[in-house]
Design a protein around this ligand. Structure first.
Ligand code: GLU
Length: 477
């Protein structure tokens, strides 16, 4: 049975890189008919925060993909201790009574701390005696030393990985406060939850040697590992909130008006290449085509700029996904953004407006600027000079608007009839479409750049159009 997990630590907001890890796990599970586990790695009590838990769930819910099982490490501490004790009982761990990394130490060739010989070689009797007397200790893994053992695994993305056990430090399993370390808790849970594939960020690649040692000492079979390339900024630095700001947080994309499916599509292209080399992919297509073989080793660059926080590809994909939605679906997604902008849009009206603006917006949020004039009683003030056609004058603009007003007073109010009637009027006045329609457009929309005029007027209705044209005529006096 294929089982994967996404295991965030609630020590910050949901990072875009974590979101991608979640998505790749999810796709791998769905592609293979497996199970997706969400596990909160919340044993680091000092760094955990409720705000972070909220932010992670908020981000994941927004992605809208869901998961099958959910666990919290803090509710599984008994299991972690049991595993630590079993490893200790087998002599594969020892008590370390020194404060972290203090005292005499043995160092690797690179000078890194490896272990305190005094503690590693403490007799069991002495160790038991000191523990019984109430001295606090950390429990450390007794990494095999001196026999030249090579730790080895085949990463599904990075291929064969090897390291001399002698180069791995005697890492802690339990801290001196009795809490499990990430390494212990993670492996104990992965074994207990029967995780078959661990798909996670490349920054954990080197931890895997320790994890292999834990699985082995705990008598559990190690899962398959697949590490994902890092997300980096254009300058090659690892994406971080401290350095790069809000562009690193999933909710920034949500609040800017990304569709979750577009965001997911974008993240999938960071470090994974679809076989058919297409960029636009629906959830169904992603699920069908996702494989670990398609995951790249090279770091993936998120192309943001200081003045433009979103990668152009993300923006393009968002516009594509917006256009791929049905009018009804898109209207439903736009509604909260219009409400937030203080525009009182009815469902019926928005359903009429949506087809007129869908080609004109890149973000859901753009809808308020693109369509506000449909939903306000009074147009915001605009420059009445905009009513005057190029090379024309105020008198001409007035004449056009007066004629338009007469036509709109009697024409049938659907866009085909309106177009025919206004083109006829242009003919009578000896005007081309451009100069004829500009004053009308500005009068009814309050701007030069607006959705298709006749459809727009149809949605606005006769009364509103006539009133706005009358106001425009007055403003030209
Ligand atoms: N809690 C760890 C993290 O957020 C999980 C790493 C892993 O997947 O093993 O980095």
């Amino acid at each position: 049975m294929l089982r994967v997990r996404f295991a965030p630590s609630p020590t910050g907001f949901l990072h875009v890189g974590s979101a991608r890890t979640f998505i790749f796990n999810w796709l791998y599970a769905r592609h293979n008919g497996g199970t997706m586990v969400l596990r909160l790695d919340d044993t680091d009590v000092e760094r955990n925060s409720d705000a972070s838990v909220t932010s992670i769930f908020e981000g994941l819910r927004w992605l809208g993909l869901g998961w099958d099982e959910e666990y919290k490490q803090s509710e599984r501490l008994g299991l972690h201790r049991q595993v630590a004790e079993a490893i200790f009982a087998r002599g594969m761990a020892y008590r370390d009574f020194t404060p972290a990394h203090a005292g005499e130490s043995d160092k690797s060739a690179q000078g890194a701390w490896l272990f305190n010989p005094g503690m590693r070689e403490l007799s069991r009797e002495e160790s038991d005696r000191r523990a019984a007397s109430g001295e606090t200790f950390a429990l450390r893994f007794r990494v095999p030393r001196g026999d030249g053992r090579v730790l080895r695994f085949v990463d599904a993305v990075y291929g064969e990985q090897t390291k001399l056990a002698d180069e791995v430090e005697d890492f802690a399993l339990l801290r001196s406060d009795g809490m499990p370390t990430y390494h212990l808790a993670s492996c104990a849970d992965d074994a207990d939850l029967r995780i078959s594939h661990i798909i996670r960020g490349q920054d954990h690649l080197s931890n895997t040697y320790k994890h292999l040692l834990i699985f082995e000492a705990a008598g559990a079979e190690a899962p398959t590992f697949a590490h994902l390339p890092l997300l980096v900024a254009p300058d090659g630095t690892k994406l971080s909130k401290r350095r790069h700001g809000p562009v690193v947080s999933v909710t920034t994309y949500r609040d800017a008006g990304f569709l979750p499916e577009a965001f997911v599509n974008f993240l999938c292209l960071l470090g994974w290449s679809p076989k058919n080399d297409r960029d636009f992919l629906t959830m169904a297509e992603l699920t069908e085509t996702f494989t670990l073989e398609g995951v790249n080793r090279a770091n993936a660059v998120v192309n943001f700029k200081e003045e433009d926080p979103f990668d152009p590809k993300a923006v393009w994909l968002n516009a594509e996904h917006i256009r791929a939605l049905s009018v009804e679906e898109l209207a439903g997604r736009l509604m909260p953004f219009l409400q937030e902008a203080g525009l009182a849009a009815s469902v019926e009206k928005l359903a009429q407006v949506t087809p007129l603006i869908r080609e004109r917006i890149k973000f859901l949020k753009d809808a308020s600027a693109a369509a506000d004039f449909f939903f306000v009683e009074q147009l915001p003030p605009y420059d009445s000079l905009d009513l005057i056609p190029q090379k024309g004058d105020a008198a001409q603009a007035r004449a056009i608007l007066t004629e338009a007003s007469a036509v709109l007073g009697t024409a049938a109010f659907d866009h085909t009839a309106l177009e025919a009637a206004l083109r006829e009027a242009a003919g009578r006045m000896g005007l081309k479409a451009g100069p004829m329609f500009q004053p009308i457009r500005v009068a009814v929309c309050g701007r030069k750049n607006a959705p298709p005029l006749f459809e727009t007027m149809e949605v606005l209705g006769r009364e509103v159009c006539l009133e706005r044209i009358a106001q425009a005529i007055a403003s030209l006096k």
